[in-house]
Write a protein that binds this ligand. Structure first.
Ligand SMILES: [Zn+2]
Length: 177
């Protein structure tokens, strides 16, 4: 159930407002994380006259002073269910209306992919930076770096061929993954 703006506005009395903000944790990232009960999907929920209402939908309509539409035309002009998306932070518990945007379920799924891709690329970049600092540490290993052996001077080690200009690292010294 989602209330209309008018219903929500009447319901949001000063007493309820106090109780509401007690359950919100404002983080440094600007997220308003719901500390109250959660839905099975992980969204904040609140008792609204005996109905469970998702908190981000409540703050969305209260902030915009408008009802949440049931449907929205998609790019082809076809009407599809309207959803409130966690566009800026991908935090299901966040109910900061500035982090929320309305859209279609299709757009919502795309957001998830975009956010996950950005996260993956960032994790990849950080891993690469760490790896370049200590190239002999295994990619996913937190073992100490293996010192780079000095260039081999003996003829024997050159038999190993390019690009192994230094003696092969004994197996027992290789980091385990
Ligand atoms: Zn947020």
């Amino acid at each position: 159930m989602t209330p209309t703006y008018e219903q929500a506005n009447l319901w949001f009395t000063p007493a309820r407002e106090v109780r509401f903000w007690r359950k919100v944790d404002k983080t440094a990232d600007g997220c308003w994380l719901w500390r109250g009960s959660l839905t099975e999907s992980g969204h904040g929920q609140i008792d609204f006259n005996g109905h469970n209402v998702r908190v981000h939908r409540l703050t969305w309509l209260l902030a915009r002073k408008q009802d949440i539409p049931e449907f929205i035309p998609d790019s082809d002009g076809e009407y599809v269910p309207f959803v409130v998306r966690h566009l800026m932070c991908d935090q299901k518990k966040c109910c900061n209306p500035a982090h929320l945007a309305g859209g279609s379920q299709g757009e919502n799924v795309e957001d998830t992919w975009r956010i996950h891709l950005a996260y993956k690329l960032d994790a990849e970049r950080r891993a690469r930076e760490k790896y370049s600092e200590q190239p002999f540490v295994g990619y996913f290993s937190d073992h100490a770096a293996i010192p780079i052996p000095p260039l081999a001077e003996t003829q024997d080690s050159y038999r190993l061929g390019f690009p192994m200009h230094y003696p092969a690292i004994p197996l027992q010294h290789l980091p385990t993954q």
